[in-house]
Ligand binder design. Structure first.
Ligand SMILES: [Zn+2]
Length: 285
């Protein structure tokens, strides 16, 4: 079995039927369908290239609700902006009325230890809802627009404060500002996708060892790039954290499976990454 823990509705033009076809093509049985309700103007305008952005953000929950599949291939996620005072009511309704099982993803220009965010994360912990957050540093010169950069979450130390304050909540680390810390070098706030050998002492490793409520979302260019930096390191890394690493794409291609399958990991580890860890958090109905 394969579960993609990071998928989106109407992403890159894939309607419900096309996404199911795409999943069949790559042997993906189930997908967590996450929202992206980042308010304008906090999202990068490049989102206009991969989705139809609405007033509720690039990938609103209303779109995911429309992805109904008789075989229950989709597990719904929803990430309302916790700065909105009614966000917990919205989340509760999504859980109780629409069987939402994940909070996320959130990609917000906000410190993730913001009081309202902590309140939401703790609520999710109580309801046994894992949380997926995108972390990103503002990289100078990455935007065409002067004075605009796109940072989310406020950095790895801020994320650590949220982890510490919400020990009963499962968090998935995701995004360039999380994965760059796989290495102990100083490139994390200078480029989104640093390459080259891993320098020991990465903050991500330290957090994984210290907080057992932290999980790895291997998806996107950020996860794949980090894993490709140093193959022998990656094999040890996935061995050490085999109980908290989950396969995901955040895209519509097969690059993550091709890479993971090429590593020569033990089948037992592959099974955990591909589906067992995901099922442990969200048992199949
Ligand atoms: Zn995503």
């Amino acid at each position: 079995m394969v579960i993609d823990i990071h998928a989106h509705a109407n992403y890159y033009g894939l309607t419900c039927e096309k996404l199911i076809e795409n999943m069949d093509q790559y042997g993906i049985d189930k997908a967590w369908l996450l929202t992206l309700e980042t308010p304008d103007p906090e999202y990068a305008y490049s989102y206009h290239k991969c989705t139809f952005v609405t007033k509720d953000g690039p990938i609103p929950f209303s779109t995911s609700i429309g992805f109904q599949d008789p075989d229950h291939r989709f597990i719904l996620g929803y990430g309302p902006d916790p700065r909105k005072p009614d966000s917990i009511y919205r989340m509760e309704a999504a859980i109780d009325l629409y069987n939402v099982k994940v909070y996320g993803e959130i990609m917000l220009r906000m410190m993730y230890d913001n009081l309202d965010a902590i309140r939401m994360f703790r609520f999710c912990g109580k309801r046994k809802i894992p949380v997926i957050v995108e972390l990103k540093y503002g990289i100078e010169g990455e935007s065409q627009t002067p004075f605009t950069d796109f940072w989310y979450g406020g950095g790895i130390e801020v994320f650590e404060r949220a982890l510490r304050q919400c020990p009963d909540t499962i968090f998935f680390g995701h995004g360039a500002g999380f994965w760059a810390h796989i290495s102990g070098d100083d490139r994390y706030d200078k480029e989104n996708y640093p390459t080259g050998p891993i320098v020991p002492g990465g903050k991500l490793i330290e957090l994984m060892r210290r907080y057992d409520n932290l999980y790895l979302d291997l998806s996107a260019g950020s996860g794949l790039n980090a894993m490709k930096r140093d193959l022998s390191f990656t094999k040890e890394f996935l061995d050490e954290f085999q109980d908290r690493a989950c396969y995901g794409r955040d895209f519509i291609d097969n690059a993550h499976q091709e890479f993971l399958n090429s590593l020569g990991l033990k089948q037992e580890i592959m099974d955990k990454i591909y589906y067992q860890n995901a099922i442990k958090l969200i048992p199949l109905d």
